[in-house]
Write a protein that binds this ligand. Structure first.
Ligand SMILES: C[S@@+](CC[C@H](N)C(=O)[O-])C[C@H]1O[C@@H](n2cnc3c(N)ncnc32)[C@H](O)[C@@H]1O
Length: 230
């Protein structure tokens, strides 16, 4: 078992261990089902470069690091992760920062840093968005993510229960070459119908996990005046 998975198992099995790091890890952090889902996605698609927005206590970062095909480069962006309360023990922060391939960005917001990545024409194979839930933040994160994501790359978004996040997802599904990529046998049906039936379907289909996976099918080549109501 890898070292990240050992810490995860301790966190979920020993409440005292988790509380000594921070008493409010959950529901702030992704739960076990979400973590397993994220780890399995990584094992399946084997992203070489992974960009993660929103660290807080680092639980999702641990899940990413626990994959057997862990990314060669793992960029984590969160300038506010110690605000308002830093963890009581820096066990996870220290562990994550020591991992090979981890680049921890603490001096810029996700929007600012993604913009710098887009100038460098860096590509990401997978992105996990769990940062600011404001509509304009998610729209801006997605604006830059679309510029750095490889074709066939995946974006995993958390907090689809939250209306501003869901609305931003709807905009991108309807207006850009993204498809909703979820578990078979519903997958084809969902991909075909979400843009038609809309938000209610999206809300119902992702409710059990609250994570939504989108695939970039091709590079964005819209006309200047393209707009589909969402
Ligand atoms: C729900 S927590 C992330 C939890 C983490 N993904 C986990 O599962 O362990 C959200 C984090 O997003 C960060 N955040 C908020 N706005 C941000 C921004 N503009 N850029 C980067 N991170 C941001 C906050 O500092 C907070 O730590």
């Amino acid at each position: 078992m890898n070292a990240a998975k050992k810490i995860i198992d301790l966190l979920y099995s020993d409440k005292g261990y988790a509380d000594r790091i921070a008493p409010d890890i959950w529901p702030m952090a992704i739960n076990k089902a979400q973590g397993m889902f994220l780890m399995q996605l990584i094992n399946r698609y084997k992203p070489r470069t992974f960009v993660e927005l929103g660290f807080r206590y680092g639980i999702s970062s641990l899940w990413i690091q626990s994959a057997s095909n862990k990314p060669r480069k793992h960029v984590i962006i969160d300038p506010y992760h110690h605000i308002p309360h830093p963890p009581k023990k820096s066990t996870i922060d220290d562990f994550i920062k020591q991992q090979k391939g981890v680049h921890f960005i603490e001096n810029m917001t996700s929007q600012e840093y993604l913009a710098t990545l887009s100038y460098k024409s860096e590509q990401a194979d997978m992105v996990f968005i769990d940062a600011s839930q404001w509509f304009d933040s998610v729209m801006t994160d997605m604006f830059f993510v679309t510029r750095i994501l490889a074709v066939n790359g995946r974006v995993v978004l958390r907090n689809i229960w939250s209306r501003p996040v869901r609305r931003a997802v709807m905009y991108y599904l309807r207006n850009l070459p993204y498809s909703l990529d979820r578990v078979a046998p519903w997958r084809e049906w969902i991909i075909k119908h979400v843009p038609v039936i809309g938000e209610l379907l999206l809300r119902l289909t992702i409710r059990p996990l609250d994570l939504c996976v989108m695939r970039l099918m091709e590079k964005d080549s819209r006309q200047w005046n393209h707009f589909v109501p969402f």
